[in-house]
Design a protein around this ligand. Structure first.
Ligand code: MG
Length: 278
């Protein structure tokens, strides 16, 4: 829960990614996830293993995720079916408990929003492994939060005609729609929001919308990252401004925008809900 926000901090809110951000990359979870996707494509569509792998890569390139691609192409794949297949067999024991993480998160005085493309079940398992309570965050934005239209009951789809599964769009980072959802949940000015993520595409999308950005798991900043930190455990050293402590007497952040120049109309435009194509 939010503590008293330091008056001299440039941030009112922190958005935190989960996978490879709150725990280190290299756990093997990512490669295991890819294998499970390939196996899902083999089991569900009868593809050969090599074709499944190439399709996964192609759908990620063209649609941002395998599930997004399958749904966009008109396949009747429910997200719960997909996620339970993928995540039911992940080696969660490779996510090590991190006794310092919960106290670190609790010490962040701003609103904290967990912002992950993962589904809720995976999020809960990963947080449990890390020893972090979901209640440590002021809000959660996950797959289900970003994609309520995919969980509409079939009879509703028929009645209102809003959701045509064959044309539904899956909303995930790094899309503008996904970041807009997070900003609405956060309820803060994008220019006073810090976004921490390990993915450079996500960081670039956040920067394009005016967020402060921290690239996690890297020693060197990407072009769109205001900060780079090797691990979340380095947060206090890498971004002391969160706690209102300037580095070298100056806040080391460059939003490439005039922070005080944003009109209400600008912000409304950025966080305006965009219609989900159906
Ligand atoms: Mg990540």
């Amino acid at each position: 829960m939010a503590l008293q926000c330091p008056a001299n901090s440039p941030f009112d809110c922190v958005l935190l990614d989960l996978d490879d951000t709150l725990y280190p990359g290299g756990t093997g979870i990512g490669p295991a996830l890819k294998r499970n996707i390939d196996e899902f494509l083999v089991a569900r569509f009868g593809l050969a293993a090599d074709r499944a792998a190439s399709l996964r890569v192609e759908l990620f390139r063209t649609h941002g995720s395998t599930l997004a691609g399958l749904i966009a192409l008109g396949h009747d794949v429910h997200p719960d079916e997909y996620h339970s297949y993928l995540h039911g067999r992940l080696p969660y024991d490779r996510i090590a408990a991190d006794p310092g993480l919960a106290p670190l998160l609790q010490s962040i005085p701003q609103r904290k929003i967990l912002f992950t493309n993962s589904d809720r079940a995976h999020m809960k398992k990963a947080l449990e492994r890390l020893g972090v309570e979901e209640g440590c965050f002021d809000g959660v934005v996950c797959f289900e939060t970003m994609n309520p239209h995919l969980f509409v009951q079939a009879n509703q789809e028929d009645n209102d005609g809003l959701v045509d599964a064959g044309r539904a769009v899956v909303v995930l980072k790094p899309s503008v729609d996904a970041i807009a959802v997070a900003l609405r949940v956060a309820g803060t000015n994008p220019h006073r929001t810090l976004f921490l993520d390990d993915n450079e595409r996500n960081i670039a999308a956040g920067k394009a919308l005016g967020l402060g950005t921290g690239l996690v798991g890297k020693r060197v900043r990407s072009k769109e990252a205001d900060y780079a930190l090797e691990s979340i455990g380095n947060l206090r050293q890498a971004i002391p401004e969160i706690w209102g402590v300037p580095v070298g007497g100056e806040l080391q952040i460059d939003h490439n925008v005039e922070k005080n120049n944003s009109t209400r109309a600008d912000l409304d435009f950025i966080i305006q809900p965009t219609s989900v194509q159906a």
